[in-house]
Design a protein around this ligand. Structure first.
Ligand SMILES: [Zn+2]
Ligand SMILES: [Zn+2]
Length: 347
């Protein structure tokens, strides 16, 4: 009996166990404890992201063995010294567990570009588990209007805000095209709409459920084959690619007007072939963003509090950790919009 009391409590977690493709499985790890200026979050939901699929296939750097998952939301259940006032709050954390705070990028508020950053879910234990420990400075309170699972979309929205805000890429009255109606695409379209653009979002016939959802949010859905009929002979003022797909990016560059603004939101994960002369021939402005910054998280809070962006309709599936394999596979097939794992369903 005494032995049981002194044992470190463990929890079930989804782990990248070793380098190389696959090597992903559920396992038992010690339940984390909060150090000074840290909190433990009791996880309500962690979103499955393209990055998780890349980690699964060793296409994105990771430091195994590590608990995967970086799109986290839950409630603070334990706090270290200096973080006590966060206990009980519903939160979503920024993903950087460690940045040097001394390099030029860090000093400019661009922690996303710190060469020594370590993020949860790839280098430090993340959110596909019942509990995760994070630095208190990473916390953002989830707005009361957002559901328990949809708080997991704060992180993807912060990445979208990093691509589209500060400065805004669209002006009121601009026509905008978003290529790819997945979670990133629908978030991108909502932010462009909030900036005053008239937003069209394109997908393939296989995306019908996603396009219907986009339409219900006030966006104009269109099949990729019909994009050129939306602004015939002119082209869009702003095009954002959220497909990360060679054909999608190619179509986006073709659909943009001369002097227009092109934004790369999606990652392709591999080199692709593109008609890049279009950037010169059309004198395009091309911008992007990588991950998120404290400033883009501040944007998220304003976009949610004002109602300009809604998150809950994007959560199409909630599954226990034990169903991780089928949920990963469905994410790969672009089946559903945002799938999240809720570890409370495993007990
Ligand atoms: Zn992600
Ligand atoms: Zn740094």
């Amino acid at each position: 009996m005494a032995e049981n009391v002194s044992k470190t409590p463990t929890m079930t977690a989804l782990l990248k166990l070793d380098k190389g493709a696959e090597n992903v499985a559920l396992g038992e790890v010690p339940r984390p404890v909060a150090g000074p200026d840290e909190v433990v979050i009791g996880v309500y939901a962690t979103g499955i992201c393209g990055t998780d699929l890349h980690i699964q296939h060793d296409e994105f750097p990771s430091l195994p063995p590590v608990v995967m998952g970086h799109e986290v939301t839950g409630r603070v259940v334990e706090a270290g010294r200096g973080a006590e006032d966060w206990v009980g709050k519903r939160v979503s954390p920024e993903t950087y567990f460690y940045t040097c705070d001394r390099c030029a990028a860090c000093l400019a508020g661009r922690r996303n570009l710190c060469p020594t950053r370590k993020s949860i879910g790839s280098h430090v234990n993340g959110g596909f588990a019942s509990h995760v420990v994070v630095p208190v400075r990473n916390l953002h309170e989830v707005h009361e209007s957002v559901g328990e699972h949809a708080g997991a979309l704060y992180e993807p929205l912060s990445c979208v805000a990093q691509c589209l805000c500060d400065p805004a890429v669209a002006s009121p009255g601009d026509s905008a095209l978003v290529v790819g109606p997945g979670a990133m695409g629908i978030l991108t379209a909502q932010v462009l709409k909030a900036q005053g653009a008239v937003v069209t979002i394109s997908g393939t016939p296989a995306d019908q459920q996603r396009l219907d959802l986009a339409e219900s949010l006030g966006l104009r859905p269109v099949l990729a084959a019909d994009v050129e009929n939306v602004t015939p002979g002119v082209g869009f003022d702003v095009v954002a690619d959220a497909s990360g797909n060679e054909r999608g990016i190619d179509a986006g560059l073709s659909a943009i007007r001369k002097g227009g603004h092109y934004v790369q939101v999606g990652l392709t994960g591999k080199p692709i072939s593109l008609a890049i002369d279009l950037i010169c021939l059309k004198e395009l402005v091309v911008t992007s963003g990588f991950a998120s910054t404290p400033r883009s998280w501040h944007r998220v809070e304003q976009l949610i509090a004002s109602g300009a962006v809604v998150l809950d309709p994007l959560i199409t599936d909630v599954a226990p950790l034990s169903a991780w394999a089928s949920s990963f596979e469905r994410t790969r097939r672009a089946d559903g919009v945002k799938l999240v794992l809720d570890p409370r369903l495993d007990t």
